[in-house]
Write a protein that binds this ligand. Structure first.
Ligand code: NAD
Length: 341
């Protein structure tokens, strides 16, 4: 499994190990004067500094490597870099809403199994329908369900261990479980509700990331952890009194950056995903009971509408896959331009 990322960029026979400058000259697209200093973009230098996938080289390096060959050339971007073939994922809050949408996306790009963790003892109707739909797609993996509370660190770690035992790997994690409580004056905000929001949106996100990250480290394949934050971590939602929610999402942004820096050397990437307003049960509690709110929220971004859950699929597929191997410690904003205004 270590070989997945550990193979050299080119076959050893095609390298001139004794003379790295030969490689430099061969892979350059511009004319260079050979110097005694090795180019950082040479194949030899890349081999020393990166873990490369078994299907490398890709892109321009592949074209140059195979320039003399008349064999049919194969594209790799969608087939390899964006593929999650054989990978295993854990997604919290995936009984419904954005978590379920993202879990389904991971399966569509090839995951072998996606484990959805959520509170209800058994999954809901929406989840069951998605599972049945995926089972009708040819060659797709399994959508599994595990009931747990993300605030229970021991339970979350055990879930990670069980997945590791059963699957022999754990490659992707999406921490999507989160709550948003009704508006309340910040000067009167009750301690209990504040703690509840922080407990799920911050502690629970850490425990979920730990559960998966510990298995990523155990199996040595690296991995991608996606913490679901929100645009509310960087801006204050106009006219909403959401101090604990916004505070919790800021914490998630910083958690992502800090974990990314600690885990990069273990080839575990950590990024945050910050959606704007999207209609789900979480936002429905406001939109369904306040006439005019839909128009109000929609008017706050240049697209003039709310996002759809499926509009996160591409970002998740990219973040989870080898297509984003140099992206860590970043916040990916998908908000219809809300923060651009
Ligand atoms: N909908 C939006 O507009 C929006 C925007 C930005 C960020 N987000 C974030 O996206 C994530 C998903 O939200 P959603 O809109 O799909 O909401 P949702 O309410 O539909 O889904 C949240 C899920 O988390 C689960 N959950 C809550 N507490 C849990 C716990 N203690 N343990 C395990 N699971 C728990 C819920 O049961 C639910 O299935 C949240 O983190 C939310 O803050 C949502």
């Amino acid at each position: 499994m270590i070989a997945r990322f550990g193979r050299p960029l080119v076959k050893s026979s095609s390298l001139s190990a004794s003379n790295p400058l030969t490689c430099f000259a061969r892979f350059s697209t511009t004319k260079h004067t050979l110097s005694s200093r090795e180019s950082p973009s040479s194949v030899h230098a890349q081999q020393k500094r990166s873990w490369l996938p078994p299907y490398a080289p890709v892109g321009v390096a592949a074209a140059l490597e195979n320039a003399e060959s008349s064999a049919p050339a194969e594209s790799t971007l969608l087939e390899k870099e964006f593929s999650l073939a054989d990978r295993v994922a854990l997604v919290s809050g995936a009984n419904r809403g954005l978590g379920l949408e993202m879990a389904m996306a991971l399966l569509e790009v090839g995951s072998r199994a996606v484990y959805c963790v959520d509170l209800p003892r058994t999954p809901g109707e929406e989840w069951n329908k998605v599972q049945q739909y995926i089972s009708r797609m040819s060659g797709k993996g399994r959508l599994e369900y595990i009931a747990a509370d993300v605030r229970d660190q021991n339970a979350m770690w055990k879930i990670g261990e069980q997945i590791g035992e059963k699957e022999g790997r754990l490659d992707t994690c999406i921490a999507a479980a989160g709550i948003l409580r009704p508006d309340f004056d910040c000067l009167q905000y009750p301690a209990e509700t504040f703690s509840e929001v922080m407990g799920i949106n911050v502690n629970g996100v850490l425990y979920t990331a730990q559960a998966a990250g510990r298995q990523m480290e155990r199996f040595g394949n690296g991995g991608s952890i996606i913490l679901v934050a929100s645009m509310s971590g960087s801006i204050t939602n106009m006219h909403q009194k959401w101090v604990p929610y916004n505070t919790s999402k800021s914490a998630v942004l910083q958690m992502g950056r800090s974990m990314a820096c600690e885990l990069a050397s273990r080839r575990i990437r950590v990024n945050t995903l910050s959606p704007g307003y999207i209609y789900t049960t979480l936002t429905g509690q406001f939109l369904d009971s306040q006439p005019g709110l839909l128009e109000n929220w929609s008017a706050q971004n240049p697209t003039g509408r709310l996002g759809r859950p499926d509009e996160l699929r591409g970002a998740v597929a990219w973040l989870a896959s080898d297509a984003s191997t140099y992206c860590t410690g970043s916040d990916i904003i998908v908000d219809g331009g809300h923060r651009a205004w």
